[in-house]
Design a protein around this ligand. Structure first.
Ligand SMILES: [Zn+2]
Ligand SMILES: [Zn+2]
Length: 119
């Protein structure tokens, strides 16, 4: 690969990004948890992006952890009850040509299963 990857315009939500993210998760390179403290839930996803491989850290509040995502074609299996799917975008801070103003990452979105950690 030569030069920085341009912003993804053709297939930002292609199933392969989710498949690659899942592989990274299984390999232990990507970590995905939902931290629950009382009423507050926070998504915490960190590791390499499945497309650009730049490391990023996603941290965002989540509106409750009981919302289960329906089954899509590229989902791997039903999740146990203490896991939920998180949809997110690459949030790396590396340079990607043609990136729109105000955005971060390389332009791909993907889905990862995250384990719910209650404390
Ligand atoms: Zn990147
Ligand atoms: Zn990326």
């Amino acid at each position: 690969m030569s030069g920085p990857l341009p912003w993804e315009k053709d297939a930002p939500l292609a199933a392969r990004w989710t498949d690659l993210a899942y592989d990274l998760l299984v390999a232990g390179e990507l970590t995905a948890v939902i931290r629950v403290h009382g009423e507050v839930s926070v998504e915490m996803i960190s590791g390499p992006c499945p497309r650009c491989h730049d490391r990023f850290a996603h941290s965002a509040p989540r509106a409750g952890v009981s919302d289960r995502v329906g089954v899509l074609a590229h989902e791997h299996a039903a999740l146990p009850s203490d896991w939920v799917f998180v949809d997110l975008w690459c949030e790396c801070t590396e340079f990607h040509p043609e990136r729109p103003e105000g955005r971060s990452g390389c332009g791909v979105g993907f889905r990862v299963p995250a384990r719910i950690e209650r404390s």
